[in-house]
Design a protein around this ligand. Structure first.
Ligand code: HEM
Length: 454
């Protein structure tokens, strides 16, 4: 309940009309947001165009908005409206009862046991990449591992969704149109000026054409599946077989398309970016790399991992989790404030937007000792248990927590383990790798490495 005791959060007003647009759209936005917390406390407020935006940077308050008050802090935001144009009303973008129905239908396909069925698809795809790397290694060429991880994780989601249903040309089309779609969506979400986007007619036409090309492929496969009599062990089939509790209704073709597009988009760049950082860290801090090598040697030797091996690679998982702490692929998340509310001691006005940032939460000194230091032991079971659950949010939290977190963790650990069995990745340059922060956190300029055979 709101009382007179609640205070209005403070913060910079910015320029007339645009408010703090340049700060929010700049590559330094996290540094700027961090400075707001230091100056104004757990909740600060600033103007962005006509909107009042609140930065909430305390795990208790983030828990309130993600769990207790989830109906008041919704995805009716500018950034999600950009994503909605590509994904339609999917589990990622939908709200209220529409979201509940979708989540209930889609969630079982992402259960750990179901994901285990997809491990062979993951390991086959990783194996193919590593075989190509043998040739690169022989030729003593270098690779951009950020680019390689992007192609690998896209191949994994394509095959996890459709097994082998895509023709070679279609796989190439998907690979070609994806980067431009993601880049354009990111630009649109970072510059929330609708009137400006109307003038970008050429970009808009290309954007639409690229999305249409993906749609054509997805609808073609759905149509084929509707008439096919053979069985398929993939995510699309699981989604097609899903039935709503009570009514027994399946997902429609349009709903299937939206979920497939969501898995495409939510399910590959995030994992790829985290893996790119992981290779940077392991190349720079060899003690962690050696520990991974030892674990992989003991758990697997030269054998290809199966789902049953995942629990035997706890250090590799800790290394991945710690990478997600320092470089959360989704660094900032927004919510719309539906009604006036009291969050902790603060008054939050309806119609505004709230931001919370896994990147900043993961660096709060009250919850993390020496936050800038890479230390996988933070994810020792006991340490994890003792920590505030909302101080670590690479996958978000509450009922809208990431659906693909088990998928991502298994995929990441297998990429790490299988690559370690064969190679060491050594950075070519000693220069620090800077983060490029758009909708996601990725290494600026790529990650150029030389492969060393083990
Ligand atoms: C390291 C990899 C990943 C990271 C860091 C990540 C991060 C996130 C985050 C932060 C959210 C919450 C968004 C919000 O609350 O506004 C989310 C939601 C979601 N993610 Fe992921 N994700 C990853 C991988 C995946 C994968 C592999 C898939 C699918 C195969 C996936 C599918 C989804 C879906 C469907 C949602 C929406 C859930 C809902 O709102 O009910 N993600 N993800």
């Amino acid at each position: 309940m709101i009382t007179t005791k609640h205070i209005t959060p403070k913060g910079p007003s910015g320029y007339p009309i645009i408010g703090n647009l340049f700060k929010v759209a700049s590559n330094q936005r996290l540094v700027w947001l961090q400075s707001l917390t230091e100056q104004y406390g757990d909740v600060s407020k600033f103007q962005l165009l006509k909107k009042e935006v609140y930065l909430v940077n305390h795990p208790d308050l983030v828990r309130d908005l993600l769990v207790k008050k989830v109906d008041n802090y919704t995805k009716r935001t500018v950034a999600f409206s950009v994503v909605r144009k590509v994904l339609g009303e999917s589990t990622f973008t939908a709200m209220g009862d529409v979201w509940k129905r979708k989540r209930q239908l889609v969630q079982p396909s992402f259960h750990k046991t179901k994901i285990s069925n997809l491990t062979e698809i993951m390991t086959d795809t990783i194996e193919e990449m590593l075989n190509d790397w043998e040739v690169v290694c022989d030729k003593k060429e270098t690779i951009d591992v950020a680019d390689a991880m992007m192609r690998l994780t896209l191949s994994v989601v394509v095959r996890a969704l459709f097994s082998t249903a895509l023709t070679k040309e279609e796989v190439q089309t998907v690979a070609n149109v994806f980067t431009p779609i993601l880049e354009e969506a990111s630009t649109r979400a970072s510059y929330p000026l609708k009137f400006l986007s109307k003038f970008r007619t050429k970009q808009n036409a290309i954007y639409k054409k690229n999305i249409k090309q993906l749609d054509d492929i997805i609808f073609r496969i759905i149509k084929d599946r509707r008439t096919s009599t053979s069985t398929h062990n993939d995510l699309l089939q699981m989604l097609m077989d899903a039935r709503e509790e009570g009514t027994d209704d399946p997902l429609t073709d349009q709903e299937l398309r939206d979920e497939v597009m969501t898995v495409f988009i939510a399910g590959h760049e995030t994992t790829a970016n985290a893996m790119s950082w992981l290779w940077v860290i392991l190349s720079q801090q060899s003690e962690f790399r050696e520990k991974v090598e030892k674990e992989v040697e003991e758990a697997l030797g030269k054998r290809t991992p199966t789902a049953a091996d995942f629990p035997k690679l706890p250090h590799s998982l800790k290394v991945f989790k710690e990478t997600l702490r320092l470089y959360p692929p989704v660094p900032i998340l927004p919510r719309n404030v539906e009604q006036d509310d009291a969050l902790g001691d603060y008054l939050i006005k309806g119609g505004g937007e709230v931001l919370f940032s896994p990147y900043l939460l993961h660096r709060l000194t009250d919850f993390w000792e020496n936050p800038e230091t890479f230390d996988p032991e933070r994810f020792e079971r006991e340490a994890e248990r003792k920590r505030h659950p909302f101080a670590y949010l690479p996958f978000g939290g509450g009922p809208r927590i990431c659906l693909g977190n088990n998928f991502a963790m298994m995929e990441a650990v297998f990429i790490l383990a299988m690559t370690t069995q064969r190679f060491r990745l050594n950075l070519i340059s000693d220069k620090p790798v800077e983060p490029l922060i758009t909708l996601t956190t990725r290494p600026k300029g790529g990650v150029h490495v030389r492969l060393e055979r083990r």
